[in-house]
Design a protein around this ligand. Structure first.
Ligand code: NAG
Ligand code: NAG
Length: 172
């Protein structure tokens, strides 16, 4: 009996490990450690520079960290004009996770008056799976957050396995 329980646990673990590496997208913290803030006057392109250093794929997530600010997803025209009247997405929680659910461009601006004009805006281009196959290469530089969430996933799995093994051992 112990052997089959062990086998079950191993199977679970391998299954979860595969999920972790293939299904889970990357979690990019926008702007790195600085987060989502009004950029300094001499560096107003900071977010587009940051975005162009990363290779986003469908299933990845963007994490915006900020204080007393907000995030909006808008159209290209609204991005250019810093028009925040009709965002298709709005959040001001301070820790916004936005799922990049399809390929193509996404346009983000700050919803706080004047911030977008000072450069707190960003275009994120999400590659289609063909494009990312073709260009190959490694993932972006900001991947540490996602390995952390992967690790968190593993510790949950560890707990689950502990509970399972407890149940199995009390049954037999
Ligand atoms: C902007 O100015 C600060 C302080 O003067 C400096 O440390 C920083 O390197 C400058 N950044 C750019 C992109 O020029
Ligand atoms: C802002 O966008 C809305 C909706 O897209 C539009 O109706 C409005 O005229 C725009 N305002 C400016 C100042 O461009």
């Amino acid at each position: 009996m112990a052997a089959s329980a062990l086998f079950f646990m191993m199977t679970m673990f391998v299954f979860c490990a595969l999920q972790c590496s293939t299904v889970t997208g990357f979690d990019y913290q926008v702007g790195g450690a600085e987060g989502w803030v009004v950029p300094p006057a001499n560096d107003s392109k900071v977010y587009n520079d940051w975005a162009s250093e990363n290779r986003f794929r469908p299933g990845d997530t963007l994490r915006f960290k900020y204080k007393k600010d907000s995030v909006m997803e808008v159209t290209e025209a609204e991005y250019k004009n810093c028009n925040s009247t009709r965002p298709s997405f709005f959040s001001n929680t301070g820790n916004t996770v936005y799922a990049l659910d399809h390929s193509g461009p996404f346009y983000f601006i700050s919803g706080v008056s004047g911030h977008c004009q000072k450069g707190q805006r960003m275009i994120v281009k999400v590659l289609s799976s063909e494009e990312s196959e073709a260009s190959g290469g490694s993932r972006g530089s900001s991947s540490s957050a996602s390995s952390a969430s992967c690790a968190a996933g593993f510790s949950k799995i560890g707990f689950l396995l502990y509970v399972l093994s407890y149940i199995t051992s009390s049954l037999f």
